[in-house]
Design a protein around this ligand. Structure first.
Ligand code: FE2
Ligand code: FE2
Length: 313
């Protein structure tokens, strides 16, 4: 993505992703890296170490014996999952400012919900981008950390000036991600492009037609779905059928038609098995997909393997 640096410009006064993420990304690319190397990186971050051990010992994995060694946990989870846990924890902390319109936890759940559905849709649509869909979904709205509270929390319509501020978050998010870790360049591009429509509408404004990356088109659909399914200060949550009809009607001009159809088929099949659960909610018996459950709350997408599972409460 050679033009990305020019587009996102220079970062000033923006938060950065934790350095542990960049170091894990380097190890992911290193064929000689071992679980011990990852352990060495993580061991400097006690909070992250605790989260990883908590996750690997959670009901989601259901191991009969307690796993107390971080190296063992890394072997079980895999390098990418450990990186995703670090990113998920960062997103939670980044929005823990009290400056969000519907609570930072809900914002984090939106990020995770978008990540999980993006990951599932990428697999469904045969996009071979590994964990990048999850990471891009997770970080797509990161630029919102820069939006002032009175704009974010406004229950009514935004003024033209406030829209200018709101529409800045794709560019700010792309800057934060790209400047923090160049290896997350796809996530940066997706943050930049996730509000751009197929017909060229949306934002940020551009002088020329831009052919967005497939991952951006994918996250765009998942973002809209998750946002409309969730209540906001200015509207109720929409029922799934209504959101899917909305996506169907926008397939072509707004959304990539092929991805929109794949998404609708997937959600009609899976929607009743998508759940957000916390530490106090017992997990139903289901097989996890390759998707990493986030720390503290597990957003679970059950695939066809869980066909017989009851609907998640
Ligand atoms: Fe956004
Ligand atoms: Fe979003």
């Amino acid at each position: 993505m050679p033009d990305l640096a020019k587009i996102v410009g220079k970062v000033e006064g923006l938060p950065t992703l934790p350095s542990v993420v960049a170091r894990i990304n380097q190890l992911i690319d290193d064929p000689n890296a071992s679980a011990g190397d990852i352990n060495e990186v993580i061991s400097h971050d006690l909070a992250l170490s605790a989260k990883i051990l908590k996750l690997v010992n959670s009901a989601f994995y259901g191991f009969p014996r307690r796993i107390s060694s971080m190296t063992h946990a890394v072997v079980i989870l895999g390098f990418n999952s450990v990186r995703n846990i670090a990113l998920t924890a960062f997103v939670f902390d980044a929005f823990d400012t009290g400056a969000l319109p519907f609570g930072h936890r809900n914002f984090w759940v939106h990020s995770v919900g978008t990540a999980v559905t993006a990951d599932a849709l990428a697999t469904r649509a045969g996009l071979h981008i590994g964990d990048d869909a999850f990471v891009a979904g997770l970080l797509h709205d990161l630029g919102k950390v820069r939006i002032p509270k009175d704009v974010l929390t406004k229950p009514g319509k935004l003024t033209d000036e406030e829209w200018v501020v709101m529409r800045r978050h794709p560019v700010d998010g792309a800057r934060i991600i790209y400047e923090s870790d160049r290896q997350l360049d796809l996530a940066s591009a997706v943050a930049y492009e996730h509000h751009i429509m197929i017909n060229g509408g949306g934002y940020p404004g551009r002088h020329f037609q831009r052919e967005c990356h497939k991952a951006s088109k994918l996250v765009h659909i998942c973002d809209v779905y998750d946002a409309l399914r969730t209540a906001r200060p200015y509207r109720e949550a929409w029922e799934s059928d209504r959101v899917l009809a909305n996506i169907q009607s926008g397939a072509g001009p707004d959304f990539d038609a092929e991805l929109a159809n794949a998404f609708i088929t997937m959600m009609r099949q899976w929607e009743r098995r998508v759940a957000v659960v916390d530490d106090h909610t017992p997990l139903p018996h289901m097989s996890p997909t390759a998707t990493t459950p986030p720390v503290g709350t597990a957003a679970v997408v059950a695939g066809p393997a869980a066909e017989s599972a009851e609907a998640v409460p």
